[in-house]
Design a protein around this ligand. Structure first.
Ligand SMILES: *[C@@H]1O[C@H](CO)[C@@H](O)[C@H](O)[C@H]1NC(C)=O
Length: 286
């Protein structure tokens, strides 16, 4: 009697273990098909081989990381056939041996996602969505050209959005240090602004139509509507774009076109901006 119970539990236990082990193996191989797993031993070596790689620093206990995992995997499978392929990787930043890496990348919360370009020479924050389609869209925009050329009036119509800040580099020729610096800036700030370049100032909707020296013209849907700038040092350009894209007065309402400017307003360290509160569109109906 007793021995048949023992046998029963023995088989039950065997079955259960087997089931647990095989399902674990199945899920591990399925999950890791497209997302590369990196650790301290191979991180630099793998990153150095990629022009563009996205790295998620995660912790096994983090709920947001668990929600992201299937979406990240789906995005990785779509982007693996992108030309050139976009690699997605992950590092367990909670593992003792990877803590140095996490520190090097300033990881303070999970997940932290970084975009590494040119074999790791350029490091940027990933500021995109957390679901598969959004990740794919955001990364496609990041991996393509940072700035698009305006050659025709149609390009101008298609590439300039009246409701957004658009930064246009105007150049006598599309080469030289000014042009290179403009492209470095565009690459750096591409997730926050639209960048365009042209040799034909007359195609732009605002500002002087003949420009003889390299000029950055920032078009914006508020205040003076455009500003020209002619210093091509990358830091100076960056400060110019950041400062000029904060409206002097921001309408604090529900309108989606105002949201990017509101975000700017709250992120802005200087207090030059003023906020207008619009109570007309109040949500309090009851
Ligand atoms: C990096 O090393 C880890 C641990 O040895 C391994 O699991 C992982 O597959 C390696 N990743 C790559 C892309 O070689």
């Amino acid at each position: 009697m007793a021995s048949s119970y023992t046998l029963f539990f023995f088989f039950f236990f065997m079955f259960f273990c087997d089931f647990a082990i095989s399902s674990h193996i199945a899920s591990a191989t399925e999950e890791d098909e497209y997302v590369l797993t990196l650790d301290h031993s191979n991180f630099s070596q793998v990153v150095s081989k990629h022009k563009f790689i996205v790295v998620e620093f995660y912790a096994p206990w983090c709920g947001h990381c668990k929600n992201l995992a299937p979406e990240y995997e789906k995005a990785a499978s779509v982007l693996s056939s992108h030309d050139p392929p976009v690699a997605l990787a992950k590092v367990d930043a909670n593992a003792e041996e990877n803590k140095g890496l996490a520190e090097q990348f300033g990881v303070k919360s999970f997940p932290t996602i970084k975009i590494l370009k040119n074999g790791g020479e350029v490091v940027q924050d990933y500021k995109g969505p957390r679901e598969a389609d959004g990740i794919v869209q955001y990364l496609n925009k990041q991996v393509g050209p940072a700035s698009f050329e305006i050659k025709t009036p149609e390009d101008a119509a298609n590439l300039i959005n009246d409701k957004k800040v658009v930064v246009v580099g105007i150049f006598p020729a599309l080469s030289g240090e000014e042009f290179d610096n403009f492209n470095i800036l565009a690459d750096k700030l591409r997730s926050d602004y639209d960048f365009r370049h042209t040799t034909k100032a007359e195609l732009l909707p605002r500002g002087k139509s003949s420009v003889t020296t390299p000029t950055v013209r920032l078009l914006k849907p508020f205040d003076e509507l455009f500003i020209d700038f002619q210093k091509f040092d990358v830091d100076a350009l960056e400060k110019f774009v950041e400062d000029s894209s904060i409206p002097l007065v921001t309408l604090f309402d529900q309108s989606p076109t105002n949201q990017p400017f509101l975000v700017k307003y709250f992120e802005s360290p200087n207090a030059k901006a003023m906020l207008l509160l619009d109570f007309g569109h109040g949500q309090i109906d009851a």
